[in-house]
Design a protein around this ligand. Structure first.
Ligand code: SF4
Ligand code: SF4
Length: 175
């Protein structure tokens, strides 16, 4: 299993075309999810997210109304104050509100720790959304090609899934 973040970025970026093809392969075959989830769960269990925290540095954090209410209460702020102080508009998804970021990533990241861990947004609790998340695994696969460039759980899980379904050179030769 690869956990070095420099290697993950290099390999994940190199494999973008391959992972795009794999995503389409998964969609066409519509495999049952159970076995894939188990692999992802095992890799999650073996990964020390507190030693990594790369998603908090790299990814935008979308907020729901429920997240805003929970975080405001925890910080002793009115939701409006919280929104002004801690949120901004997404640069990637129009109309989405995200947590503010600084040069280290998420505004709540302190070293490798989340300063609001007990009340962190739902998306942080479910990240990287391989084992948990809204909708089917299939419907979340489009996000995994990018996540494999910075998240060791996603990178390693995709590699193992490819082995399970025998995805290799033959499939890479197909359009
Ligand atoms: S709220 Fe916490 S877990 Fe979520 S991105 Fe920020 S630092 Fe990471
Ligand atoms: S979810 Fe992925 S990127 Fe985030 S801390 Fe865990 S291994 Fe690192």
């Amino acid at each position: 299993m690869i956990t070095d973040l420099v290697q993950i970025q290099r390999l994940g970026e190199k494999k973008v075309p391959e992972n795009e093809k794999f995503r389409r392969h998964m969609k066409v075959h519509d495999f049952p999810e159970r076995r894939f989830r188990k692999v992802a769960e095992d890799i999650e269990d073996k990964t020390d997210c507190r030693a990594c925290a790369n998603c908090c540095r790299v990814a935008e954090t979308n907020l729901s109304k429920r997240d805003v209410e929970r975080l405001s209460k925890y910080l002793g702020l009115k939701p409006k104050q919280f929104i002004l102080q801690y949120t901004t508009d997404s640069a990637q998804e129009e109309g989405e509100t995200i947590l503010r970021r600084n040069e280290n990533g998420c505004i709540f990241l302190e070293g490798n720790d989340c300063s609001v861990y007990q009340v962190r947004p739902d998306t942080c609790q479910d990240f990287p959304h391989l084992v948990r998340g809204a909708g089917s695994l299939q419907s979340r696969m489009w996000q995994m090609v990018d996540r494999a460039t910075y998240c060791p759980i996603v990178y390693n899980t995709l590699e193992e899934w490819k082995q399970i379904v025998g995805f290799g050179k033959k499939q890479m030769g197909q359009g």
